[in-house]
Design a protein around this ligand. Structure first.
Ligand code: SAM
Length: 188
C-alpha cells in the first residue's frame, strides 16, 4: 500500500532550483500567459495605467515583488515606458535562478526597455522590508505583485505595509489565480 503520510513530503519551495524548474513546467502546461499579456497590452495600458497620477516628467519609481523570471513585468514596463520615459524598477525576488533569468531577459531586451534602470534585490519581501525599515522611507508610484500573494501569511499586514510605501497618486496592482479565474486587485 502506498504511504500517504504527507509529513514525508518536502515542500517544493524549500528547494529553489527544483521550484524554478517546476514553475516552468507549470507555466508551460497550465497558465494562460498569453491572456495576461494581452490584458496588459490592452486593458492595463488603456485604462488602468491612466489611473496612476504621476507627472510624465518624473522618474517613475516601480517595485516588482516576486518578479520571477520577469516575462510579465517586462511587458508591464514596456507599457509604462509609453507614458514615463524614465523608470527606476526595484526587483524583489528571492529565487537566485529566477532573478538571474530576469537579468538575462532585461539585457536581451535592452533596447525595448531603454529608459528603465534596475535595482536587483535577491530577497523575500519580508527581508526587503526589514532591510529598508531604518532607511528614510523610500516610496514607489507603482507596485506590482503577479501571482505572489499566495506566499504571504499575513495579507492584511503586507497590504498595510505596501500602502505605507506607496506615493500619493500611485497604485498597487496584485494579480492572483483562483481556479481558472484571474483576480485583479487594485489599490490606489
Ligand atoms: C508563481 S511565481 C510568479 C512569478 C512572476 N511574478 C510571474 O507572474 O510570472 C512566484 C514568485 O514569487 C517568489 N516569491 C516566493 N516567496 C516570496 C516572498 N516571500 N517574497 C517575494 N517573492 C517571493 C518566487 O520565488 C517566485 O518567483
Amino acid at each position: 500500500m502506498a504511504d500517504s503520510d504527507s509529513s514525508n513530503v518536502t515542500p517544493l519551495i524549500s528547494n529553489q532550483k527544483r521550484y524554478a524548474e517546476a514553475l516552468l513546467v507549470y507555466e508551460h502546461l497550465g497558465r494562460n500567459i498569453e491572456a495576461l499579456e494581452s490584458w496588459i497590452n490592452s486593458y492595463f495600458s488603456e485604462k488602468i495605467m491612466k489611473e496612476i497620477k504621476v507627472e510624465k516628467e518624473k522618474e517613475l519609481m516601480v517595485l516588482g515583488i516576486g518578479s520571477g523570471q520577469g516575462q510579465t513585468e517586462c511587458k508591464v514596463l514596456q507599457q509604462l515606458l509609453k507614458e514615463w520615459p524614465k523608470i527606476i524598477n526595484t526587483v524583489v525576488e528571492p529565487n537566485p535562478s529566477h532573478i538571474n533569468k530576469f537579468e538575462d531577459l532585461a539585457a536581451k531586451e535592452r533596447e525595448i526597455l531603454d529608459g528603465v534602470s534596475f535595482d536587483w534585490r535577491q530577497q523575500t519581501l519580508q527581508q526587503f522590508r526589514q532591510e529598508t525599515q531604518d532607511q528614510l522611507m523610500k516610496k514607489y508610484h507603482f507596485i506590482m505583485l503577479f501571482h505572489v500573494m499566495y506566499f504571504f501569511e499575513d495579507l492584511e499586514d503586507i497590504i498595510q505595509y505596501l500602502k505605507s510605501i506607496l506615493e500619493d497618486g500611485g497604485m498597487i496592482l496584485a494579480v492572483m489565480e483562483c481556479g481558472n479565474v484571474c483576480n485583479i486587485l487594485l489599490l490606489c
